[in-house]
Design a protein around this ligand. Sequence first.
Ligand code: NAD
Ligand code: MG
Length: 393
Amino acid sequence: MQQTITLLGATGTIGVNTLKVIDRHPEQFKIFALSGHRQFHRLAQQCIRYQPSYAVVLDNKIGAQLSALLVDGNCPTEVLVGAQALCDVASDPSVDSVMAAIVGSAGLRSTMAAVRSGKKVLLANKESLVMAGTLFMQAVVDSEAILLPIDSEHNAIFQCLPTYYSSDHRGGVSKLLLSASGGPFRGWELAHMASVTPEQACAHPKWEMGQKISVDSATLMNKGLEVIEAGWLFAMSPENIDVVVHPQSIIHSLVQYLDGSVLAQLGYPDMRTPIAHALAWPERIESGVENLDLVALSQLDFEAPDQSNFPCLQIAYSAAKIGGDAPAVLNAANEIAVQAFLDRRIGFTEIASVVDNTLLAYKFNEPESLAAVEEADMIARGMAMARVKRIER
Ligand code: NAD
Ligand code: MG
């Protein structure tokens, strides 16, 4: 049966890879809506090619530029503008599946709209789950949405768990082992990282990703966010989620069982594999990724994460343990700090201190609504920005 899909964040790395997988199976997927932000030329090309009913952007000026390109390209796609339009195309009754691939907290409302309307939700936007964990997972239960992880580690764990797995029926699962590549600065001392540039931080050795997640991978905050994400997805407390550094990025994560068995999912580091898995689930489709050549690889290495030179991982574990709105605060402060680093206002190693200081100064609450999560996000942003101002070069 053909799936009708809304692709939020179509112009990003995950969005483009999703379209590459869909290109291989055009008869199985129909695009209902595509969204973008600043790259309206790319969004226009995508609309001309896939002819979705709607294209969504956030800004009126960009909307007008996009519309003009679509008229020139003879494309009937209607342009919608604004955050509400993102929610509308995510929850439209004609949509079966939503790929949530906007980066950061900007994806919260639209991802939640998809969840609340009971869609099959392909979750790349981990930040929304980190921010709103309790409300998010309750909405999945209430609406009977199907939540499928796109993050390669979580997709791997999903594949290695028993199909009947739930918090009441764990099937002998004792631990989740999240793999981490270690990022571009693996093995570096903190002092040497003080002067690294955004270009160095974004040059990931194994994965090609957007700027924000690339910096998060370099600080190991990405792994911290993933620990929190895994906690929610698989109803596991942070003490039962370990991180193992595996520089080749071939084993995408592992599940440990009571009897000593450990199941792993392997593949080349290419997001088309988890995307294809989630798009077709519970079937399998070809993704375009080559078969794994174990003999050519010959060796897989593992080491413990370096917590002292990469403090963000530990900071994220503490936020996970505090619970309530602490993960939303962690995420907000991190988004501000990463942007300040990309803008060359603060150094790489100051990202951790901005996040840590914000968490230390914040009074935690249990957010009971999405508005409360957004308020925590806003307050934490203000605090992190003030901190950036104090330390900026
Ligand atoms: P990206 O920067 O390449 O793309 C981000 C997308 O979000 C773009 O389409 C952009 O137009 C849109 N966007 C940005 N700001 C927006 C805003 N304010 N409002 C609406 N849309 C906005 O990022 P990416 O690497 O594709 O990552 C997307 C998400 O997937 C992130 O949450 C990331 O953590 C997650 N993820 C990515 C990878 C990867 O390999 N790239 C792997 C795992 C998880
Ligand atoms: Mg990941």
